[in-house]
Design a protein around this ligand. Sequence first.
Ligand SMILES: *Cc1c(COP(=O)(O)O)cnc(C)c1O
Length: 356
Amino acid sequence: MKKHNFYAGPSILSEYTIRNTAAAVENFAGTGLSLLEVSHRGKEFVAVNDEARALVRELLDVPETHDVVFLSGGASMQFCMVPYNLLNRKAAYLDTGTWASKAIREARLFGEVEVVASSKDRNYSYIPKGYAVSPDAEYFHITTNNTIFGTEIHAIPETGLPLVADMSSDIFARPIDVSRYSIIYAGAQKNLAPAGVTIVIVRRDALGKVDRPLPSMLNYRTHIDNDSMFNTPPVLPIYAALQTLRWYREQGGIAAMQKKNIEKAAILYDEIDRNRLFRGTAAVEDRSLMNVCFVMNGEYADLEGAFGEYASAQGIVGIKGHRSVGGFRASIYNAMPRSSVEVLVDAMKAFENKQL
Ligand SMILES: *Cc1c(COP(=O)(O)O)cnc(C)c1O
């Protein structure tokens, strides 16, 4: 039976990505060697690394002021690397969920952190708005999509401060104005590639302003100056990322991905709102395009296990909600075809009919 992969991360990748990566594991670029056993400094892999960085630039329209590097350590490494490189005295953070609060905890090791607002009071089910940010903060950190709670910042706040964003679960989901950010970072395993590589987009003139000495590996400058090849990069995830980036370009680029994402999310949220068995958990205006969280509606709470089993019998995989929200979470990243979302919607309808 065809499986429909709704996992939150690592998560679905395009067939194009998986097919081409598998082929390169067998025979990389006609070398007769596996991608797993070639030098990262060989001309074939250097070409992969360069093309992948160039495609990030092209697809996100990255201005000349910014560099693109591929690092290791996941988005979680960026939680410390960002303040290490940028925070001298004070930074402002918006607390919109588990990942945002982990970023806050790390930043506190390096300076004063002003948490400008938090939605913890209602289990992070909404995005705070209308808060004030101190003008003397050195940057303002946001998490654009809250993977666990299914909320997304749809209007990037105007604070006058340089922005830093964790875009791990919505990078490439919609066009962005990179010029507004000092740093954008995103772990690959939600919308790009297998785990192991993190995309970081850095505004060069945001660097060099902190007083502390920085270890080479944790200094963005090192990676920029070495064309993202200071040490051995994660070769296989970068190769897979290149395939996904090519596929995005073939699909018509990021604006085309956004259009499909809006359509996919709409059919699923419409069903959640229509179906009497279910209700969404995120505030309607803040609903994520990528992670759709829903629970059984009040009196139907005991049907949760039964729906999970029914869905899995239809080939639906990975919709169990995160433990901090419960219920279900359907992650519908770029690579998720509309037809799989329709299978889930049909299962929700059929399950409702069975109960009546
Ligand atoms: C998954 C995720 C992370 C953590 O990524 P790692 O690569 O596991 O460190 C951080 N932030 C967001 C928004 C995420 O979705």
